[in-house]
Write a protein that binds this ligand. Structure first.
Ligand code: TRP
Ligand code: SF4
Length: 405
C-alpha cells in the first residue's frame, strides 16, 4: 500500500549515548547520516532515555557520553545547517507521546518484539524485567511518530521496532481518526480545493478504491499536497478519505535499510567497545598505526615465506573496506604467494585509515576547544525539534479529548 510517507522526505534516527565513537559506529551509521543529510530533512538525536532502559544502574555519565558522541557526529561531518540535532530528554514531548500511545498498546505486542527476549538473554547480569525496558520499543515509536517521517534509517536489528511503530500508527489512526461525521467533514474540506480539484479527487479516489490503481492515488495525493489553503486537519482528513480509512494523524514510516559494510574489529570480531577491539575516531594516529601493526593475521603465516589465506585474516576485511581493486589484488596475490609480508600488506590500510581520520580529528579538536559552540548547536536543534513535537502533540491531545480551554 502506498502511504503518505512515500512522498515525505523526512528522516528520524537516534543513537544511544555511548561516548566517543569508533570506526564501527562511523561505517555502520554515522557515515550514512552524513550522506542522508543532503538528501532528506533529517532529525538526529541522542537517545539518552533509551540508554537508561538498560543501564539504569550506572547512569553516572550519560551527559558527558552524550556530549562526546555529539562532538564525533560533528567531526564526522554531520552538519547542523542541514540536519536538526537534539537530545531526546530535552524534548520532553517524547515522554508525553510515549504515555499517550501506551494507552492503546497491547502488552503482547511489546512482549513479542524480538529484542525483548534477546536482550534479556544477552544481558543476563542486568535485571531487565522492568517496565521501562518492556516499553522501550514504544518509546522509540514515539520518537519516530512525533516527526512524521517517511523513512527511518536503521540497522537490521532495529527493523522490528519500525514495524511495531507502523502498527501503533495504524492502530492510533484507526482508534482516533474516525471522528464523528468524518465523511461530511471530508466533503466540506474537499470543496475548499475548488471545483476542478474536487472533481479530480473524486475520480482518482474512485479508481484507487475500486481498482487499486496506485497511480491515481499518487495523483490525488500530489494534488492535496500542493493545496496551500488547506488546514493540516483538513489535509489529514482528505488523505484518510482518499485511502478509505479515517484521518491519518500519525504517519506510518518505512525502515531504510542501508547497505553498510560490516566493520570488523582488530581481532576479526565485530568492532565493539565491549570486545576491546576498536579504533576510536579521536585516537592519536600513532596509536592507530601501532594497533594495526600488531593486529593478528592468518596464523598460517608463521614465517615470511609461508603463504597465507586472506579470508582467514582480519586485516583482509580492512582491505575490503579501505582499498581499491588494484590494492586488493596486490594484497591477495602477495598473501597467497608469500610475495609480501604482513607488515607490508598492512601499509596501505594504515595509510587509508589515517587519511580517513585526519580531517575528522582536526574538526573534533575545534569542537573540543569550543564547547559553547556545541551547546548552542544542540540548543538550537532542541528548539526546532520541540516546536515540531508540540504541533504533533497538540493534534494528538486534541483527538484524544485532552484539549482544555
Ligand atoms: N533503539 C535505537 C538503538 O538502540 C536508538 C533509537 C531510539 C532510534 N529511538 C530511535 C533509532 C528512533 C531510530 C529511530 O540503536
Ligand atoms: Fe593478512 Fe595480508 Fe598477512 Fe595475508 S599478507 S595474512 S592478508 S596481513
Amino acid at each position: 500500500m502506498v502511504s503518505a510517507s512515500g512522498q515525505n522526505n523526512r528522516i528520524v534516527s537516534g543513537m544511544r549515548p555511548t561516548g566517543r565513537l569508533h570506526l564501527g559506529n562511523y561505517h555502520g551509521a554515522l557515515k550514512n547520516w552524513v550522506k542522508l543529510q543532503h538528501e532528506y530533512d533529517c532529525f538526529f538525536f541522542v537517545a539518552d532515555w533509551h540508554a537508561l532502559t538498560t543501564h539504569y544502574e550506572d547512569t553516572g555519565d550519560v551527559a558527558s557520553r552524550a556530549w562526546d558522541m555529539i562532538i564525533d557526529w560533528l567531526a564526522a561531518g554531520v552538519n547542523p545547517g542541514s540536519a536538526t540535532l537534539f537530545i531526546q530528554s530535552r524534548v520532553p514531548e517524547h515522554a508525553e507521546l510515549h504515555l499517550l500511545l501506551s494507552m492503546i498498546t497491547p502488552l503482547s505486542w511489546l512482549e513479542r518484539v524480538p529484542t525483548y527476549k534477546d536482550q534479556q538473554e544477552k544481558l543476563k547480569e542486568r535485571d531487565l524485567s522492568t517496565y521501562g525496558f518492556l516499553g522501550y520499543p514504544l518509546l522509540q515509536s514515539a520518537d519516530i511518530l512525533m516527526y512524521k517521517p517517511g523513512l527511518v534509517p536503521v540497522g537490521e536489528d532495529q527493523v522490528a521496532h519500525v514495524e511495531i511503530t507502523r502498527e501503533i500508527a495504524r492502530r492510533f489512526n484507526h482508534s482516533f481518526g474516525r471522528e464523528p461525521e468524518f465523511e461530511s467533514r471530508a466533503e466540506t474540506a474537499l470543496r475548499k480545493t475548488g471545483k476542478k480539484n474536487a472533481r479530480l479527487f473524486r475520480e482518482m479516489r474512485k479508481r484507487w478504491q475500486e481498482q487499486g490503481d496506485e497511480e491515481s492515488l499518487e495523483v490525488a495525493r500530489a494534488m492535496l499536497s500542493s493545496q496551500q489553503n488547506l488546514t493540516k486537519g483538513d489535509r489529514e482528513r482528505l488523505f484518510g478519505y482518499l485511502e478509505g480509512g479515517g484521518r491519518e494523524i500519525l504517519v506510518e514510516p518505512e525502515a531504510l535499510l542501508t547497505e553498510t559494510p560490516k566493520m570488523p574489529g582488530l581481532d576479526g570480531q565485530k568492532m565493539s567497545k565491549s570486545y576491546g577491539n576498536t579504533i576510536g575516531l579521536r585516537e592519536p594516529l600513532e596509536s592507530v598505526e601501532q594497533k594495526i601493526r600488531t593486529m593478528p593475521t592468518d596464523p598460517a603465516r608463521v614465517r615470511r615465506s609461508d603463504p597465507g589465506t586472506p579470508e582467514k585474516c582480519p586485516l583482509w576485511e580492512f582491505h575490503k573496506i579501505y582499498s581499491d581493486k588494484d590494492t586488493q589484488e596486490w594484497a591477495h596475490k602477495g598473501c597467497t604467494t608469500a610475495g609480501i609480508g604482513c607488515l607490508e600488506c598492512k601499509g596501505p590500510v594504515i595509510e587509508a585509515v589515517s587519511n580517513e581520520l585526519r580531517p575528522i580529528q582536526s574538526r573534533a579538536q575545534e569542537y573540543e576547544e569550543d564547547p559553547d559552540a556545541v551547546r548552542s548547536i544542540i540548543q538550537e536543534g532542541c528548539e526546532t525539534a520541540r516546536s515540531r513535537a508540540r504541533e504533533t502533540l497538540d493534534e494528538v491531545r486534541q483527538i484524544m479529548g485532552l484539549q482544555y480551554r
